[in-house]
Design a protein around this ligand. Structure first.
Ligand SMILES: Nc1ncnc2c1ncn2[C@@H]1O[C@H](COP(=O)(O)OP(=O)(O)OP(=O)(O)O)[C@@H](O)[C@H]1O
Length: 778
């Protein structure tokens, strides 16, 4: 049976033709000699391997037939066009390996010398006369992918609106010539010249858009000042030895199978064919991975692996593909795919189904992929353990006499306050702040499974900002003892306690040589998990190949404390990589979001400095807009005006996200917006709390806190209330010891970075009064 590969071309066709293309390719996969397909060679083409095939009477597919010794024929599908256009393209286009990059690409060499009528005589079933096929309909830009360069000020209130442009320099102009770009970098001469002349991100993006995918990615890296060797390594490119055998069918097919950018090997799978065709327009991530993404999705790792990367670099996409890869490799494998919040866990399950409806989504410990939040995982392990196992684990973690756990408590701040009230420790006020006590309890007491004052006064508190002498520790312990006693009376445990207990149950089982529930753990949003979770991750699967794969971004840590993986027995030295190409947002929004991080130094999970200066994006769009309003009323009016503009421009309500810092601000904003008139062509539109709407209605615009927006994305985002009164949020610093302030401020900065990096196309940042000190000076 013939194999098929797909090229991700910009050739767009409407839905009804797409269905016919699918039928055509499906038949081709079964038998390329079937008469209805009309697979025909061209007369005197630029590439002898080119074929056209009959999709409908008017539409022709252009394909390249590769003959690989010992295999059935292999067709590379280029695209489908109206008959005449297809013939023109087929005659003039060559599929070849780019010698400098080793990747396949299509090259238009212009019409051959022979007249056009000389096309193969079989192409005669075209209607003639007045019934001739219509012109190819102009491509309709989808609202979400608009790359308008217009300043985004239209519709915003005049008050204090500014475009927030970050300076851009074209690093190509220093050190590269058009000849060198062509000969060493594999860039077509005309593209090389245009790229060198680019004076703005938008101009460069236009060149990249016109380039074959691998060439575009090379240009992007070089324009960001990277060396060619580095770019090649990133993209897994190696030049081809040019010679007699250059660009053989075998070489081209091998390059596609290896995962060249812009190509997908479908083989003889009907399902993959369907997904690949669907993904041409939407959800390209399902098929067309960046070469690096593919490597990390399919890599066999000899132990725990850490994949970091800025917001929108496709970490979640890699995890989804990795889950599928591991599942296909061994359908009996028990895979856990987990992340920090319930909403994101649900979205992982949904996307996994989109990626591959055949994946078995199962419960914890069953063969297949379980998508569960870690609090669910802890609860299930404890619930299904024997009473003896629970007793032993609780005693080890919380101390003797604490063996019943019938309830969970979430409001730890209130419990710490009550414990302080009760024991009245002899401590300065800032050491009794619930946030400080909570961190101390989770990162020191639970992480070391401390059950007595004696152990607490001796334990190493490395990494904690605030020093505590022996007397202070004794006082703090009194609070912890009271906290535990209250929970004991209620038969309750907090979620962090439960995670450590679950980890202990599994450790005890491993020591007894009993099986563990999971073979492969895949973690998303790793930066936000607390020590109890890390203990549980380590305990869930036995150490070994592909045991633990962690996707994380230290810049997005908005909960909890910074952690060092090795403290929890997770060793990733030499097995740590970083993604840098942003797929979500435009280069302009990305530059703005990254500029929010510049006031701090971030350290990753291996205690190395985290970079933020080398992220890049292929897309370009309007510069972000900031609006300084006199008061909240004016701010809301300005945002409402902008929303109207977005709706008028064709954005769907659900493609707009309104983000604020606090729950209180959320309620306030929703109430204020209820008095504003917002409407699109369909009628009135209103703001709703995203959590209350399981499924957004067409007239609803989701609003949420910046924390709630974690992992999400919208075409247009308004980040509101970024004034000095509101960010950093005062309560986060309240009563906190001075030594913790820097970490608190870093988290606030990260909250803003998370918020700003949710925007795909347009970003608006607003405040009333003075701007937050966290905002960059533009
Ligand atoms: N290879 C790809 N081709 C096209 N789009 C992609 C690709 N990889 C990722 N994307 C898209 O980029 C966006 C961001 O991807 P994803 O959510 O995986 O990034 P992330 O690194 O997990 O982001 P965050 O850290 O902000 O949660 C999504 O819309 C995703 O579909």
């Amino acid at each position: 049976m013939p194999f098929v590969s797909m090229a991700s071309t910009k050739n767009k066709v409407d839905g009804s033709i797409k269905k016919r293309i699918y039928d055509f390719l499906q038949k081709l996969q079964v038998d390329d000699t079937a008469p209805g397909l009309h697979i025909e060679p061209m007369k005197e083409p630029q590439d002898r391997r080119v074929r056209t095939g009959r999709v409908t009477q008017e539409w022709r597919a252009v394909l390249y037939k590769m003959e690989v010794p010992g295999e059935d024929a292999h067709y590379v599908y280029y695209g489908t066009w109206h008959h005449d256009e297809a013939i023109r393209i087929a005659r003039s286009t060559v599929l070849r390996l780019n010698p400098a990059l080793g990747t396949p690409e299509f090259e238009d060499r212009g019409a051959p010398q022979t007249p056009q009528e000389d096309v193969a005589p079989q192409q005669t079933d075209l209607p003639s006369g007045p019934e001739a096929p219509p012109e190819t309909p102009p491509e309709e830009p989808t609202s979400g992918e608009s790359a308008s360069m217009e300043p985004a000020l239209e519709g915003a209130a005049a008050a204090g609106a500014t475009t927030a442009t970050v300076p851009w320099t074209n690093a190509l102009s220093t050190g590269w010539t058009a000849d060198a770009l062509h000969e060493q970098g594999g860039i077509n001469p005309d593209l090389a010249a245009r790229a060198l002349a680019a004076t703005s991100q938008a101009e460069l993006s236009a060149v990249i858009d016109d380039a074959p995918e691998s060439q575009g990615l090379v240009l992007l890296g070089l324009a960001n000042g990277e060396t060619l060797d580095h770019v090649r390594e990133d993209l897994h490119l190696s030049p081809v030895e040019e010679g007699a055998e250059f660009s053989t069918d075998q070489q081209v097919v091998d390059a596609i199978r290896r995962g060249s950018a812009g190509f997908a090997y479908v083989g003889d799978s009907d399902e993959e064919l369907r997904t690949a065709l669907e993904s041409m327009d939407i959800d390209r991530w399902r098929v067309f991975l960046h070469p690096e993404q593919r490597v990390y999705a399919e890599k066999s790792t000899n132990g725990a692996y850490r994949l970091s990367g800025g917001a929108g670099t496709g970490k979640t996409v890699v995890l989804l593909h990795r889950a599928r890869h591991l599942h296909r490799k061994n359908p009996q494998a028990r895979i856990l795919l987990t992340t920090f919040t319930k909403t994101l866990t649900a979205s992982l399950a949904e996307n996994l189904r989109r990626l591959d409806p055949e994946i078995s989504l199962v419960g914890l410990g069953e063969p297949g992929v379980a998508t569960l939040g870690m609090d669910q995982v802890s609860a299930q392990i404890v619930r299904h353990a024997s009473p003896e196992e629970v007793d032993a684990a609780v005693e080890r973690v919380l101390g003797a006499g604490r063996n019943r756990l019938s309830r969970r408590v979430g409001k730890t701040a209130e419990l710490f306050d009550a414990a302080v009230e009760r024991v009245r420790p002899d401590l300065p006020e800032e050491l009794t702040a619930p946030a400080f006590l909570d961190q101390e309890y989770t990162t020191v007491v639970l992480a070391h499974r401390i059950t007595s004052e004696r152990d607490y006064v001796r334990v190493s508190r490395a990494g904690r900002g605030t020093a505590l002498n022996r007397a202070a520790r004794q006082q703090v312990w009194k609070v912890f003892a009271q906290f535990r006693q209250t929970n004991q009376l209620d038969d309750a445990a907090t979620f962090p306690e439960l995670a450590v207990i679950a980890a202990q149950i599994l450790r005890d089982r491993a020591e007894r040589g009993e099986p563990l529930p999971v073979d492969h753990v895949l973690v998303d949003e790793g930066q936000d998990f607390h020590p109890g979770h890390w203990m549980l991750f380590r305990a869930l699967a036995a150490e070994g190949p592909d045991d633990l794969f962690i996707a994380e971004d230290s810049h997005q840590r908005i909960y909890g404390q910074k952690i060092t993986l090795s403290r929890y027995g997770i060793h990733v030295r030499g097995r740590s990589r970083r993604l840098r190409l942003n797929y979500r947002t435009t280069a302009e929004n990305l530059a703005y979001a990254v500029s929010l991080l510049s006031g701090d130094t971030y350290v990753d999970m291996e205690e190395e400095m985290e970079r933020s200066d080398d992220y890049r994006s292929v897309r370009s769009g309007p510069a972000p807009v900031t609006i300084a309003a006199a008061d909240v009323g004016e701010e809301v009016a300005a945002v409402a005006a902008r929303i109207r503009g977005w709706l008028e421009a064709g954005h769907r309500s659900s493609g707009i996200g309104i983000l604020v810092r606090s729950e209180k601000a959320l309620t306030d904003v929703i109430e204020r917006f209820s008095a504003m008139e917002l409407s699109d062509r369909q009628g009135p539109v209103r703001l709703v709390d995203a959590r209350r709407a399981a499924q957004l209605r067409p007239e609803e615009i989701p609003a949420m806190t910046m924390h709630g927006a974690k992992g999400m994305e919208f075409e247009c985002v308004a980040v509101m209330g970024v004034g000095e009164q509101d960010m950093p949020a005062r309560w986060t610093l309240n009563r906190m010891p001075e030594a913790e302030h820097q970490d608190v401020l870093m988290r606030e900065r990260s909250v803003l970075y998370v918020a700003a990096s949710r925007a795909r196309d347009e970003l608006l940042v607003t405040w009333s009064g003075q701007p937050s000190s966290l905002l960059p000076e533009m």
